[in-house]
Design a protein around this ligand. Sequence first.
Ligand SMILES: [Fe+2]
Ligand SMILES: [Fe+2]
Length: 379
Amino acid sequence: MARTDAEILGRDSVDDLDAILAVTNTEVDEAVHVVKDNADAIFTWDYERSRPPLVKLYEKAKTSQWNGETDLPWDTDVQPERDVAASPMTPTVERLASIGIDLSGTVLATWDDDQWLTWAVERQKWTMSQFLHGEQGALVCTAKIVETVPWIDAKYYAATQVMDEARHVEVFAKYLDTKLDGHYPINHHLKLLLDDIIDDSRWDMTYLGMQIMVEGLALAAFGMAHQTTQDPLLKQLLRYVMSDEARHVAFGVLSLKEYYTELSAAELLDRQEFAFEAAVRMRDRFLQQEVWERMGVPVRDAIRVFKQDDPAIKNQDPFQQLLFSKIVPNCKKLGLLDANDGWLRKRFDTLGVTQFEDWVDTGEEYELLDEVAKDRASA
Ligand SMILES: [Fe+2]
Ligand SMILES: [Fe+2]
């Protein structure tokens, strides 16, 4: 029997704003965060290379390694204010008025362009910080997959991904520390999701949570940031990271597609519920509550002004929707969208994201995105 949304999410409604805002990170000063990892480590004595798509992906990964220290132009003069101001996505008083945003009655009514620019720079720092923490989540999850997956080809591939993720954490941390003066703590909704993924004892749930959901969203988010950033260093950094991430999502799709054919309807329902919970947790962090708090703006005011308190409008936000453009086709390819009478399809309908179901899935997309190796070969 399917659990109710309230049982899955721990709140009555998907869009219950009070419940979403009540979740804040109270452990911002902790130096380490401990999560119980409940899984068995599995040895296999079957060394036969019996999964050609994973063999191919592993070979690709070996020749696509790059060096975050020497392959990126760290001497670029990054000026966040200048770069963010040049972006058409940065709000100004005039831009906000032209799209009918009504700031009256809030502290935002007194903001000038400089304050909006400060906010946009903070938003950039916050976004990069969540990328950083998500990358560390990927590092820990793929190390776990090396231990827990029973297939030798998957252990080999996951080992290359551990190295990729270490490099991603390294370059985002260096970018934040040397170009943006430090990072924000992890957003609590993201932290809850990473904790849930690590906590689950079933090896395929690490894949579903990390490779399909978190990395699927990251691939879309990196793509949007790559298109809009005016900073050539960040542009190149994101391009390199994305070429790795496309392989990682492909690893998830290829592995789970095989494994899910063995599962019963009830077992698939567990996976559907997990995917739905992950989607909602990731969406909850889009409120960026920590940025408003740092700017001294009551979060409620900001949410009302930008109409994020109205699910009918919020769930139609094209930027929010686009972040799911990789996740939905991959869930469809895995059979998760339509199993159990379309249980997940109905949930994705309420989030306004089902329209991406026929977009290209990421099982093969890594071959298209893999420009880095070619660049390096021709250099
Ligand atoms: Fe990564
Ligand atoms: Fe990744």
